[in-house]
Write a protein that binds this ligand. Structure first.
Ligand code: ADP
Length: 628
């Protein structure tokens, strides 16, 4: 609800003085009735002139009428009469509304022009795009921008009430919580002085219209102070309705504010613009212009004057400061207000946040569970890998022992040879000593031979021991030509009739692999032993075995080539299957283990037929510094 607490003095100064409130009311009603009839007459007479140019078009002026229909008809009759005279082709009709019904009429486009108080205008301007075309030019106004204010009246015998601060805990009478001149102007002024009106007073009585109720409440002592629009009591006194000396205006600004000094009435607040007349969106530009021109030319003797539209910024500021009217939403910046305004969005936000929270907790739970599972499976995998590694190492060890076992038949002979030689030299020395033929030269020669034979036997034993030792794999720079040569020597040292083993080193300088030397030697030994086995029983030239080292595609290649019995395609396809063997005493594990070792080094082991005969077993190892 919007209330006018400060409509212009124009309306009041036309009312006739009367001895008492009741008598005056009766008289006013009679006057209003007469004016209504006059107004009706003017409505009828206007269009007659206009009809010369065709049938007149109806224009409805909506007026905010808080003092009742008759009062409004009385107040605004000059306006419709004048417009009907001055604007041809139109018939101006006056309609009276309270705040809510005027708002509805504007929304439904039932009115074309609107006359209302500054506060209501500002709200409708904001909501419906009303556009002011003129502002009332009241006789008491200092200017159209300074036409109306409020007076905070007390009884003049209340010596205890001098300032606004003195009203603490007192009773206030006002028109309505949203009345412009009848409440809000005083609230803002109190706020400017650091006083919160709502908590300052013990009680606030909102008495509604007419405003005289407020004056009466103060006079009877039912309220300690009352808010009325400026000039209200002066005009009432002029009509004889009250005695001006019975009242006092608190905090009269005219003594402190030079811009208000000339205002003819007591004033507790700054001055604000007077009532505007505004056009609604539907009205055409031409009619707006004609109405504006007519209003600006309205002569003073009509009892009403209009001027160019005032600046209503101060009204905006008031509402913004008090967070009411069109700025009521600013008041809602409290938690409760925000909840009231934005509850759908906040509800959605709360739901989203809740869903997000639940999702996060769930994801966190799943991540933890999955992490635990992964850790468990990693642990299990590590344990399984460790077990596999251990088995593999055992297999490799067994394989090495197996190779040694196969070669050990001739090992005794190999060791025996140097031992026999050593024994022979020792016995020869003893014999010569017994015969007295022991010379220094013979001793030196015998001891030299004994030493070298012992070294030979020791070398064989050392290589076997190194090869057979149980150990953990390592990765270190491996000297492949040396490994190939050592393999050759190991075999030659262990086999009684070892065939010719040729080492061909075609490696470019700087080629290096990271490998476990003994493991690679195990592979070589296995391949060379198989190659020797394949040539067993064949002519000597087909028993020779070649170990060739070369590089290709940044890989070091080791080929073990023989010209032995070879293998059929079917046998070749099964070569790396565990337990595949063609030998009566074979295990069929050598090649699978070799393959595992080579692949663990990042390499590959394969076999192919050699041309014209025999097989070629090859394996590759990645080079770390190849220059192929
Ligand atoms: P084993 O030597 O105990 O049989 P291997 O896995 O070392 O086990 O060899 C499997 C089989 O592959 C041998 O039995 C043999 O038939 C065949 N083989 C391996 N190397 C050669 C080769 N160079 N020439 C012909 N056959 C070979």
């Amino acid at each position: 609800m919007w209330h006018d607490g400060g409509y212009s003095g124009m309306r009041l100064h036309r009312r006739q003085p009367s001895a008492g409130l009741h008598g005056q009311a009766v008289l006013q009603r009679a006057i209003r009735l007469c004016l209504l009839i006059l107004s009706g007459f003017s409505l009828l007479s206007g269009p007659v002139q206009a009809e010369n140019g065709g049938s007149p078009q109806d224009v409805t002026i909506g007026v905010l009428a808080y003092q009742g229909e008759l009062a409004a008809a009385l107040d605004w009759a000059p306006l419709t009469r004048f417009l009907n005279e001055r604007v041809p082709g139109y018939r101006f009709n006056l309609e009276h509304f309270d705040a809510d019904s005027l708002r509805a009429a504007i929304r439904e486009q039932r009115v074309d022009l609107v006359v209302t108080n500054p506060g209501y205008y500002v709200a409708m301007e904001n909501e419906f795009g009303l556009s002011r075309i003129a502002t009332l030019d009241s006789p008491q106004a200092l200017s159209p921008d300074k036409g109306t204010g409020s007076a905070l009246i007390v009884r003049s015998d209340r010596a205890d009430l001098e300032t606004l601060a003195d009203l603490r805990g007192k009773r206030l009478a006002a028109m309505a919580p949203d009345a412009f001149g009848g409440y809000l102007l005083v609230v803002r002024e109190m706020l400017a002085q650091g006083i919160d009106a709502e908590s300052h007073f013990k009680e606030i009585h909102f008495l509604g219209v007419p405003m005289m109720r407020i004056v009466a409440a103060v006079q009877r002592g039912e309220a300690d102070a009352g808010v009325v629009r400026s000039c209200f009591i002066e005009q009432a006194a002029a009509r004889g309705v009250l005695r001006l000396e019975d009242f006092r205006v608190l905090g009269d600004r005219r003594s402190v504010d030079t811009t208000a000094a000339a205002f003819p009435c007591g004033l507790s607040t700054p001055l604000y613009p007077d009532w505007p007349i505004a056009v609604t969106r539907g009205i055409g530009h031409s009619l707006s212009k004609q109405v504006a021109q007519a209003l600006l030319s309205m002569p003073a003797d009509t009892g009403m004057a209009w001027t160019v539209p005032a600046d209503y910024q101060t009204v905006h500021e008031l509402y913004r400061e008090l967070r009411t009217g069109p700025y009521a939403h600013l008041r809602d910046v409290t938690l409760a207000g925000l909840l009231r305004r934005f509850w759908p969005a906040l509800l959605v936000l709360a739901l989203v946040l809740t869903a997000w929270g639940v999702h996060t907790v769930r994801v966190e739970h799943l991540v933890q569970r999955r992490t635990a599972e992964l850790r468990a499976s990693l642990r299990a995998r590590d344990e399984a890998e460790a077990r596999v590694r251990s088995h593999q190492e055992q297999m490799e060890h067994l394989s090495r022992l197996s190779i040694l076992g196969e070669l050990s038949g001739s090992l005794a002979h190999e060791i025996n040879q140097p031992l026999t030689t050593i024994g022979n030299y020792a016995r020869s020395l003893l014999r010569r000593h017994a015969d007295g033929r022991l010379t220094d030269a013979a001793v030196v020669e015998a001891c030299g031979e004994i030493g070298s034979e012992a070294e030979r036997a020791g070398g064989i034993m050392r290589r076997i021991r190194d090869f057979a030792r149980k150990r953990t794999a390592v990765r270190e720079p491996a000297d492949m030509p040396a490994l190939a040569d050592s393999t050759r020597k190991l075999i030659e040292g262990m086999l009684l009739h070892a065939p010719l083993i040729v080492c061909e080193n075609e490696l470019p300088p700087g080629c290096e692999v990271l490998a476990d030397g003994p493991q690679i030697q195990q592979v070589l030994l296995n391949l060379v032993k198989n190659a020797i086995d394949a040539g067993r029983g064949l002519p000597p030239e087909r028993q020779a075995v070649t170990i060739r080292l070369e590089t290709a595609d940044k890989r070091l290649l080791v080929h073990v080539i023989d010209q032995g019995c070879g293998l059929t395609a079917e046998q070749q396809s099964r070569l790396f299957e565990p337990f595949f063997t063609t030998k009566p005493d074979g295990l069929g594990l050598g090649l699978p283990i070799c393959k595992t070792i080579v692949e663990a080094h990042g390499g590959r082991l394969w076999a192919e037929s050699n041309i014209p005969s025999g097989m070629r077993f090859s394996f590759s190892l990645p080079c770390h510094a190849a220059s192929n």
